[in-house]
Design a protein around this ligand. Sequence first.
Ligand SMILES: Cc1ncc(COP(=O)(O)O)c(C=O)c1O
Length: 469
Amino acid sequence: MSNHNETSTFAQQLRSDPRLAEAKQLILDAVADHQRNIVNVRPASPALEADYQQMLDGFGEIRGGKLYFPYLSSGLGNGPFVELADGSVKLDMITGIGVHGYGHSHPRLVEAGIDAALSDTVMQGNLQQGPESFELVKLLTQKANETGGHLAHCFLSTSGAMANENSLKIAFQKNQPANRVVAFSHCFAGRTLALSQVTDKPGNRVGLPDTIAVDYIPFFKSSDPAGSTALAVNHLRWQIKRHPGKIAALWMELIQGEGGYYAGSPEFFKALCAVAKENNIAVIADEVQTFGRTSRLYAFQHFGLDQYVDLVTIGKISQVCATLYTDEYKPKPGLISQTFTGSSWAIIAANAIIQGLIDQGHYGVDGRNQKLHAYFQAGLEGIAKRHPEAVSGPYGVGGMVAFTPFEGELNQSKEMVNRMYHAGLMSFIAGSDPVRIRFLMPLGSVEERHIDLACQIIEQIVEEMSSEA
Ligand SMILES: Cc1ncc(COP(=O)(O)O)c(C=O)c1O
């Protein structure tokens, strides 16, 4: 056995033990051998169906409501394909609403998991953290400041809601006694007591006390860019006049996710940010859904808002969530802290995913995110041409793809998502009036052939539903 010496720790000696490299390779080879069979969608195995149904029923009973999809993973997948515990295989184009950026059982993540299993704790947080967390905050801040941003600090947390709560607390503390927030109509910010007030969905706050005061301004309309920008700016100015000195933050979801996959424009956001800056209002970009999915790592960079953002939150594809903020917004000690900032696996995987997407050329105007989007959009436009009554745009941005099914009627949209699920394609709804169907592709592993298969299933269901109408 090795001895302690001055230049390396026992842990470093463990990690360079040749037995570990050998064991890791054995595991990766075994996973690869077994996932080789998961290459297309497939229905359930009849012999597994009864037990599967029992599991689903039991789970639904205990959690107090059945799962949205009858989905329990088997624990193995192959990129965008995932095997369920009933033996069926799905093409996963929703990835837990944007979480599984490399899809399922990707070697990069299996390796991260093995490395995490070798670390001394399951979770990291307030008092005890590892170098992986330092690596992650370094990567996130360095990338955030690459083109003019000045987000000097980054605080990790376990959920998008917690990252958003932290950003609100930081903004309120700095801008006190201002205690109101201005946000866009139809925005989604999370489900805590405070964020249920920011989220513009009355149904999500039924029975809850009013925690913070939120004023809404209209979002960008691509059908009237100049008019909708002027309208939003006027609304913001009017809110500032109505509540002098009381608005602490301008809350911006740059591409509305739950609201239906509608994007703003650089001019729209810049005009609003300029007014916010004139009035000492914090500019917060909620990138929990958009992070990693546009032409730049951060959507605020995609829209050229580097010089304006004071706080930015990220989540989902990053596994670990985070609040980035400028030096000016540095909170006083005691305001933010957490027992858990993430599991060691999530933190190591976050580094592997973000660095992997950068190295694989996902960013830039001709980056892989833009190309995958263009390919998916072309597929959907083809279906829309053949079935204009059933599929229409707009089609989203980058790794956020959507279409409006059958004029966006709720029940028909849900029915379509359901039928696609049973045919092997996973998607989800977004927005209301019209309801839309969205996809959050596993960017790191999806290929054109997977998008072809998705479009094939979409068209098959469109034809099925149209013929029944
Ligand atoms: C824009 C946005 N903000 C915040 C959240 C909340 O994140 P979480 O569900 O991780 O708390 C979401 C989740 O869908 C989101 O899309």
